[in-house]
Ligand binder design. Structure first.
Ligand SMILES: CC(=O)SCCNC(=O)CCNC(=O)[C@H](O)C(C)(C)COP(=O)(O)OP(=O)(O)OC[C@H]1O[C@@H](n2cnc3c(N)ncnc32)[C@H](O)[C@@H]1OP(=O)(O)O
Ligand SMILES: CC(C)C(=O)C(=O)O
Length: 519
């Protein structure tokens, strides 16, 4: 819906209950400071109503609701209360500090809850509701009344009690699907029938509050709006009692992305959704499911080659919304065993590599082999893979020959012949031991600043004729390059390992040159 044709009757009021229903689920308790931080973020995000807690629950909850109310900027601050005078008074006392405070009073209306839990007749529930809405209205202008277990309530009774609470001053009427029992079409009809049958329904906003026991909380919320409700109660990341509540980020994005079928609008700044999700996850210590819609870490990640190719050609092939819309910088192409060449080349280009066709094919085959063994392929894995590939075929510096004079009478002396980019160079150097003499020779032949960080010798086979394997790590300009060399002669293996690491540094330097020149 464009801003030109936005009308108030099509606006969906977003009521966030992360701090109340969200906190009710086992393990989600948040500290006072965490609640303040979340409330501030919700306020900045454009949430219309923040249900900050249930003040009668504890002194801590009362303090949190009061402080959130004091600090509120734009949002209405609501507190929950039972249909009980002491709950109502405590709640009104907490929310009165807000620019606009709301008392939200709830009582069950289903036959089961009234009989078993409340031990009350419908008439007693009606009386109590009217009395407590009146009591609340005497203290604040904004009063919400909720019919707990509304979707399992009898329509005739619901119509009568809703009419009565609106008369008593309720400004919002919420019909929760407390146990996540309804299904979309049923809920649309339920809300539509109720709104049509209650004679004074135009005097209040109708609200939906859906739980996810059958995984339909979001679908049901939208269906309730289709039936005439104009407030959705939801939580960040969908946290809440049992299987949770409708997820705020899902209802909001469903309305925004499918505005053709959900022709309503809301005031949420969706670019804050990712941040909100992370904040709530950190405060509750509830990890966000990887495949969670909108904010899961895989929601904008692609590993399959066919999808990656499509996304590279045009992201809308596999993405129905742009990642920036929810505050993500970009979607990610994750390399793995399902990836194809297009994504591999793209990744290499991002990392500054440009390979010839054969090198690319070899590196790709080795990436697949690695992915079969390893769950996550990181940039360093690709770097190691490709550097090895390039180094093998493109060594700028090659060892031609080496002679070392060692023994008890030092200094030890090495004579080395190298092929440096097609030119033969010969040099002699002394050292404090034969390895030092070999490395000094290399430094004389190819002057460089790299520092030796690691030198290790392993015997690969047994016996005095064992093949030696030497590892050398050189540090240069904040990066380390490691290489291995093997030979039956330890000194030759040492020279090969050193030259291998040096070749990588040279190659990296050449690769970075164009980027540095451009910047
Ligand atoms: C669907 C929802 O999410 S509703 C919100 C649920 N959230 C919570 O319960 C969290 C906060 N709750 C609490 O801290 C406590 O339950 C309190 C402070 C509200 C009440 O604690 P207690 O007085 O010890 O009562 P307890 O929780 O054991 O039992 C609930 C009592 O409230 C009554 N009750 C339940 N709902 C309502 C209601 N909407 N209006 C009036 N009374 C109610 C019950 O019938 C029961 O009454 P009884 O003691 O006469 O049998
Ligand atoms: C308090 C009400 C709205 C509730 O949380 C529910 O019915 O699930």
């Amino acid at each position: 819906m464009t801003s030109a044709n936005k009308s108030e009757k099509d606006r969906v009021i977003v009521f966030d209950t992360t701090l109340r229903d969200g906190e009710q689920c086992p393990g989600a308790t948040m500290t006072f400071e965490e609640k303040l931080e979340i409330a501030e973020m919700l306020d900045d995000m454009g949430v219309d109503v923040i249900e900050a807690g249930f003040p009668i629950t504890s002194e801590g909850d009362f303090q949190a609701v009061s402080e959130i109310a004091r600090r509120s900027k734009n949002s209405v601050i609501a507190g929950l209360s039972r249909a009980h005078p002491k709950d109502i008074d405590r709640c009104a006392e907490a929310v009165k500090f807000a620019r606009r405070g709301r008392v939200h009073t709830v009582i069950a209306t289903s036959p089961l809850h009234m009989r078993v839990k409340l031990n009350m007749t419908p008439e007693q529930v009606m009386e109590l509701s009217v009395a407590n809405v009146t009591r609340a209205r005497n203290q604040v202008d904004d009063v919400e009344w909720s019919a707990e277990d509304g979707t399992r309530s009898e329509m005739d009774f619901l119509c009568r009690i809703v009419e009565a609470v609106i008369k008593a001053g309720a400004t919002t009427v919420n019909i929760p699907d407390t146990v996540g029992y309804t299904v979309p079409e049923e809920y649309t009809n339920f809300m539509r029938t109720l709104i049509e049958r209650v004679p004074n329904s135009d005097k209040a906003i109708f609200s939906v509050h859906c739980h996810n026991d059958l995984g339909m909380a979001v679908a049901n919320s939208l269906a309730g709006i289709a039936g005439g409700a104009r407030q959705i109660e939801c939580t960040v990341n969908g946290i809440g009692e049992r299987a949770g509540n409708a997820a705020l980020e899902e209802v909001v994005m469903a309305i925004n992305v499918r505005n053709d079928v959900f022709p309503w609008w809301n005031k949420i700044d969706t670019t804050m959704l990712t941040r909100a999700s992370k904040l709530v996850s950190a405060a509750t210590s509830f990890p966000v499911q990887y495949n969670k819609a909108i904010v899961g870490r895989n929601a904008f990640a692609h590993e399959s080659g066919i999808h990656q190719d499509g996304v590279l050609k045009d992201a809308s092939t596999y993405e129905i919304m742009r990642p920036e819309m929810i505050g993500l910088k970009k979607s990610s192409l994750v390399l793995g065993k399902h990836s194809g060449r297009h994504a591999f080349v793209h990744k290499l280009e991002e990392m500054g590599y440009k390979l010839g066709a054969n090198q690319l094919e070899d590196a790709f085959v080795r990436m697949k082999a690695l992915a079969d063994r390893k769950k996550d392929i990181y940039d360093e894995d690709i770097e190691a893979l490709v550097d090895q590939e390039i180094a093998a075929s493109h060594d700028r510096i090659k060892l031609v020959s080496l002679t070392v004079i060692a023994g008890t009478h030092g200094p030890q002396r090495a004579t080395m012949k190298l092929d440096v980019e097609g030119q033969t160079r010969i040099e002699e150097a002394e050292g404090n031991g034969p390895v030092d003499a070999v490395f000094n020779c290399i430094k004389a032949l190819v002057p460089h600043e790299a520092k030796l960080e690691l030198y290790q010798v392993h015997a690969v086979t047994e016996g005095t004729d064992a093949q030696a394997e030497v590892s050398v790590r050189l540090a240069h300009e904040g990066r380390s390059m490691t290489s291995k060399g093997s030979d039956p002669d330890t000194l030759v293996a040492s020279a090969k390992a050193y030259l291998g690491a040096l070749n990588k540094i040279v190659m990296k330097h050449q690769r970075d040159m164009p980027a540095q020149a451009a910047s």
